[in-house]
Write a protein that binds this ligand. Structure first.
Ligand code: F6R
Ligand code: ZN
Length: 196
């Protein structure tokens, strides 16, 4: 049996912090190529490099049937009409699914089937659980005015494949239209449509 330190960890749902767990912080400069409107991205970056999100991860064991979890916190904010978001990834071990549980704030997840490109926008809210099937690229956005925190549980061997997203990005973009998040195809974002 594992020792008690590995069996129990306590997370802070307001900050996403887990005492003793490593924290990964991503700033705007780490998300080059993620936002659709490059001019808006570059303009903000010339003035500041805000923290977009942090993730604390707990990895008790790395065996075949083991699980890991991460608690994420995404800050509120936008680049143009796009919300602050995560880089997004596929799992290196493609069959790996994941559960996300909303803790605080208002979020949405962008899910994209790798094989078909079919895309869905799913709300990530307190008391809500989002199932991310295997072979599905996922990216999370804070669509509210307060920090979004969430809990994600995934197979220990899932891994992160960022390269596929860096190459082709997601087919769709979630932007704010009339005060609400809306899913649109990236290719429809002509310069005129970007700034209605
Ligand atoms: C793990 C997972 C989350 C993300 C986190 C940050 O499989 O999906 O813990 O790692 O939401 O997102 P990325 O990794 O896309 O920067
Ligand atoms: Zn994942």
């Amino acid at each position: 049996m594992m020792n008690i330190e590995k069996l129990l960890s306590c997370y802070n749902p307001a900050t996403g912090e887990i005492p003793g767990a490593p924290v990964l912080k991503r700033h705007l400069s780490d998300l080059k190529g993620c936002f659709a409107v490059v001019e808006a991205y570059d303009q903000v970056l010339t003035q500041s490099n805000p923290l977009l999100y942090s993730v604390s991860a707990v990895e008790p064991a790395g065996g075949e049937g083991d699980l890991h979890y991460g608690v994420g916190m995404i800050m509120p904010g936008k680049i143009g009409d796009e919300y602050f978001m995560t880089k997004g990834h596929l799992h290196s071990w493609r069959p790996a699914a994941e559960f996300y549980f909303g803790l605080t704030g208002d979020g949405v997840m962008l899910l994209e089937d790798e094989a078909t490109g079919e895309s869905r926008m799913v709300e990530l809210r307190p008391n809500g659980a989002v199932y991310v099937p295997g072979r599905t690229a996922h990216r999370t956005m804070n669509v509210g005015r307060t920090p979004l925190t969430y809990f994600g549980v995934y197979p220990a061997k899932a891994g992160h494949d960022y390269a596929a997203i860096a190459k082709n990005n997601f087919r769709c973009v979630i932007i704010e239209r009339h005060g609400k998040p809306e899913l649109v195809e990236r290719k429809t974002l002509t310069p005129a449509a970007r700034h209605p």
